[in-house]
Design a protein around this ligand. Sequence first.
Ligand code: ARG
Length: 491
Amino acid sequence: MLRKGLFKKEMDPDASDYTSSMEEDIRIFEAVVQINAAHVQMLEKCEIIEKSEKNKIIRALSELYEKGVEALDLRPELEDIHMAVEEYVNKKAGKKVGGKLHTAKSRNDQVSTAIRMALREEVLELQEALIELINELVVLASKHKETIMPGYTHLQIAQPTTLAHYLNSYSQAFSRDLKRLNEDYGTINYCPLGACALAGTSFSIDRKLTSELLGFDGIVENTIDAVGSRDFALQTMSSLAIMMSNLSRLAQEIILWSSAEFDTIEVPDEFASTSSIMPQKKNPVVAEIARAKASRSIGELISGLNIMKSLPQSYSLDLQELTPSLWSAVDQSKTSLKVMKKFVGRIEAKPKRMRELAKKGFSTATELADALAKWAEVPFRESHEIVGRMISQTLKNGKELEDLSLEDLQAASQDVIGKRIELSEKRFRESLDLKSCIESKGKLGEPAPESVKKELSKLEELTKKYKKVLEKRKKILSEKSARLFESKENK
Ligand code: ARG
């Protein structure tokens, strides 16, 4: 359809296979049909085509929309879906009318518009999946506000916390991912259509009208920017890469915790596989795949950034190669969120084992040092040294946290500051006790069950808020798309 004017020969079949985006374009089929419908609605309003011409084209498009992508000729020789749709309209409405479809638009503005439309739908779906994951974590955390476990730094036992407090840390990270996706929607949702190849058009088109018909928040004004930019895609891919790295951290800990060495959680059978040779193996495969998919999503972002970084303005076919990376990142993220949500919901924690581990590694040592500073008027740096000395002596004698006595502390104090300190047995015991240690931390964001409860209800409110925003966006999109083919009955 395109080559007859300029060329004498068809494109080499290997070259057309190599450069065609047809296969990937199936993903933007619906958007492309909608864009064409909005465009002809606008052309008619602006008196660039006749009403009867518009109706004929709308009828063809509406029929195509109903039939689906299978109705199209998808041979790679046609280059891409934009040409396939135009060809379909030509066949149905005749070349004389169908030939007007591409007036005042180009594939360059059209493809960017279509990617934005398909991507905004994906973002809403991703947000929904993310909300479900957070909700699942919240449910699990609600059951474990009192489940004491060791908190780690450097993967060494650090201070006691609770499973709920720990899970909330992930929910917080995921809620920021949710916020980022919400902002990404705002960046994506501007319409490049009407920018044409790069320099706009002398036809008196109304870009605002097409943008409104398609549910955009506004237009991408600069026509070069409109066709030549993909930072909206990079921004989303970077949010997804961050989200996937958060998810991968969680997956990594699930793998670690389900090992015999930690043994603090049980992976449900439905989410594990076994070995073909070792009959005893229970492998946390879902978490392993999530960890690897995170690497791939990060890779897609890096590919995208590399494609863009030296590309001259405005459109080059390099941009076509970025789109599959975008969809791949979207798909990796979506499938990971969906399965990890289910997986997290079925994880069984082992509170007894968690508590056992929390007693190891002198996890309440900081609490004891704090007690000296609070009650015995020892500057913190000195109390830190005294407790450190006590632990080093204790380790030599093979004792553990529970075996410590106030006398051990007094001996260390003599050693470090040359005198005994004033601390009651009761306070000494309390500061070594896991439960009172956690209960003493009841400020905002801390592990005490009361604080965790507040954090949980805030998280619930937050997901509700984002759910509302996304439902509203969904509603706008479905109302807009319902209206696009409206005049199909008019002759
Ligand atoms: N298939 C192209 C893409 O996905 C559409 C635009 C092609 N433009 C062109 N002048 N060849 O980006």
